[in-house]
Design a protein around this ligand. Structure first.
Ligand SMILES: *Cc1c(COP(=O)(O)O)cnc(C)c1O
Length: 390
């Protein structure tokens, strides 16, 4: 009984060593400050929980849902896109519900790839793009995201023989882990590129509402012709602190939405309807929780920027997402620096190489703990490291 080659090919779980160290530190009673968690620490807004509570007593919600989602939920998604981005979507044919966007991102490759097909995958990046590709029997062509390019892939650098073979291009803005934001000009280029090479664009956009300094990240679907070539994955997880609820969607290209829906109808039976009603409440209900969420992260972001500056880092604070992407000091790798910081200061940061080879030399800080803990983390780091040399 042996797992298949795709499973064997999956990259080793890079955080295993760190998790071991956390367990050891906890056993010794050391107070750990975890700046590694990509999961909002605040609760889901109360009105959404209330809608869930009433929906759960409605026995008609206890049966199998449809895998594409309640029309009312897809309508709420369409209305939200119209309101937020000015994008028109047909809820019946251009929206499909997902058990969290991760599910759809992982499955889209299985619906589109034949053995040996190629996907264009950003690096550093959310690991699911590449893993979904490998599990589908495909291969990834890495698009490096470099600081000098604003952490955007350089499309001209993709060899045309690769582009001709490629089935899917994954992109993600606002970006995890770099915090980069893309503008309409970049998405325009992507649409043009995808058209000329017949590539399905999968834009992963869970952080459009996690933005600061008054900026409003755009949707890929705002570009004319985007729906001809792509879909956008989105989710309630980060916008409404709903990571545990597992509710997301894909929207855009009709054919791709139909394919993904048909694929899913063969392996899952959709999202618990009570959760979909909570999602409808989130999208249609009062939106003041978003401003509060933004203000909270912004305050933490500024505390983190001050802490980094105190230690000698001059990094540009992110304008969206809840991540800082920071170069490690001279003489360290991502892993060795993360280990040092844990050992000497009891602070957990995420080593950048966990997001791909181009993440080496960086680490990620998540703004998902109280400001007071961020301040404390930097006090400890200052004591342990002094000024860093970059
Ligand atoms: C959090 C996150 C997701 C998805 O989350 P779901 O909870 O599955 O909707 C997708 N992409 C990126 C880059 C993320 O950080």
């Amino acid at each position: 009984m042996k797992e298949n080659k795709a499973m064997q090919k999956l990259p080793p779980y890079l955080f295993a060593r760190i998790e071991q160290k956390i367990a050891e530190a906890k056993e010794k009673g050391i107070d750990i400050i975890n700046l590694g968690i990509g999961d909002p620490d605040q609760p889901t807004p109360r009105h959404i929980i209330d809608r869930m509570a009433t929906s759960i007593y409605d026995t008609s919600n206890h049966q199998y849902p449809t895998s594409v989602g309640l029309l009312e939920f897809r309508q709420a998604v369409a209305d939200w896109y119209k309101k937020r981005f000015g994008v028109n979507l047909d809820p019946k044919s251009e929206v499909v519900s997902l058990l969290g966007s991760k599910e759809g991102i992982a499955h889209i490759s299985s619906a589109y790839l034949d053995q040996g097909d190629v996907n264009l995958v950003p690096d550093p990046g959310y690991p699911v793009y590449g893993i979904g590709t490998l599990l589908a029997g495909g291969e990834q062509y890495i698009m490096p995201l470099k600081e000098e390019n604003g952490f955007l892939p350089v499309l001209e650098d993709i060899p045309s023989v690769i582009a001709q073979k490629a089935k899917i291009m994954f992109i993600n803005y606002p970006n995890n882990p770099t915090g980069a934001v893309a503008g309409l000009d970049f998405f325009e280029k992507v649409v043009e590129f995808a058209k000329s090479y017949d590539i399905l664009v999968c834009h992963d956009a869970p952080y459009t509402e996690v933005a600061f300094d008054g900026i409003k990240p755009v949707s890929f679907l705002q570009i004319e012709g985007a729906k001809d070539v792509g879909i956008e994955f989105h989710s309630l997880s980060k916008t409404y602190n709903m990571t545990g609820w597992r509710l997301g969607w894909a929207a855009g290209n009709k054919a791709a939405i139909e394919v993904l829906g048909r694929f899913k109808s063969n392996i899952d039976s959709g999202v618990f309807q009570a959760i979909q009603y909570a999602g409808i409440e989130a999208l249609n209900g009062p939106q003041d929780s978003i401003e509060k969420m933004q203000a909270l992260y912004e305050e933490r972001r500024d505390a983190c920027a001050r802490g980094l500056a105190r230690l000698g880092w001059q990094v540009k604070p992110p304008q969206a997402s809840f991540y800082f992407w920071v170069p490690v000091p001279r003489g360290f790798t991502s892993a060795s620096f993360a280990e040092l910081v844990l050992e000497k200061a009891g602070v957990i940061i995420t080593p950048g190489n966990g997001y791909g080879q181009y993440g080496e030399g960086y680490f990620r800080i998540a703004l998902t703990v109280d400001k007071s803990r961020i301040d404390e983390a930097f006090d400890r780091l200052e004591k342990a490291l002094g000024k860093v040399e970059l």
